[in-house]
Design a protein around this ligand. Structure first.
Ligand SMILES: Nc1ncnc2c1ncn2[C@@H]1O[C@H](COP(=O)(O)OP(=O)(O)OP(=O)(O)O)[C@@H](O)[C@H]1O
Ligand SMILES: [Mg+2]
Length: 239
């Protein structure tokens, strides 16, 4: 469960996130969409505990992120849009290190192998980040995020640089984790992807929610069977 109430985040004189409130229940995938600069990454960094909010509360799996940051962050994995890896650690070192960090028990090795298969990284165990393609780095970040089986998954642009076969697998990975009870947020500009895998959509514009609901609710509100892209352009002033 993710619970966000009245979230505000400002950079100097710019309010990037301006009073945002939403919930993501277990088993749900929330699509976070909005134009460049709408505040999506800022919101997700606040959820991950990387940026301190100026106001508002964030609860991750029932733990208040400000009051119990360690407990809250243990239950969350944040997959950022720019994969950051350790230059001198191999693929398997990254997974072993992450496993120790999160206290994954004796089955850490078996889990890591299963994730490498699931994300098509098998055969790259000994590779350093410099020897991986961009898409492979992105997949390694996801494998590390999933290793401790967190209750909350936060993906910022998860499909950047992933090939078509990998996209299909990544969608399955996301949907499977939600079906197993995780609360998932996916920020993306790929609106057909959002329509396909998300149970709810939040459209952000200038730091505020301009639409929030199930796809059916959003379409009904828009007065018909418009595509998410048409509705998005209408509410964000994109055309
Ligand atoms: N570190 C920072 N310092 C100052 N301003 C920032 C910083 N990071 C983001 N911003 C500003 O905050 C606003 C929201 O940025 P953010 O990265 O959250 O948008 P986004 O919705 O993720 O956009 P995109 O679709 O391009 O990824 C933008 O106006 C951006 O310029
Ligand atoms: Mg962003």
């Amino acid at each position: 469960m993710i619970e966000v109430d009245g979230l505000v985040k400002a950079y100097q004189n710019l309010t990037a996130v301006d009073g945002l409130s939403f919930r993501v229940a277990r088993g749900e995938v929330l699509g976070l969409v909005g134009p460049n600069g709408a505040g999506k990454t800022t919101t997700l960094r606040c959820l991950a505990g990387i940026l301190p909010p100026n106001a508002g509360t964030i609860r991750i799996a029932g733990f208040d992120l400000a009051a119990e940051p360690v407990e809250a962050r243990r239950r969350l994995a944040f997959m950022p849009d720019e994969p950051r890896l350790f230059e001198y650690l191999t693929v398997e070192d990254h997974l072993a290190f992450t496993g120790r960090l999160y206290g994954v028990g004796a089955d850490a090795g078996a889990r890591a192998r299963a994730l490498l298969d699931e994300l098509e990284l098998a055969g790259k165990e000994r590779a350093l980040p410099a020897e991986l393609s961009r898409g492979m780095k992105q997949k390694l970040v996801v494998a590390c995020g999933l290793l401790h089986d967190p209750e909350v998954l936060v993906f910022d642009e998860p499909l950047t640089g992933i090939d078509p076969g990998g996209i299909r697998k990544m969608k399955q990975t996301i949907v499977r984790r939600a079906a197993a009870g995780a609360s998932v947020i996916v920020s993306s500009h790929l609106l057909p992807l959002v329509e396909e895998i998300c149970s709810r959509v939040l459209v952000l514009s200038r730091g505020k929610a301009v639409l929030f609901g199930t796809l059916d609710e959003i379409r009904a509100n828009a007065g018909g069977d418009a595509s998410l892209e048409e509705i998005f352009l209408r509410v964000t002033g994109g055309s």
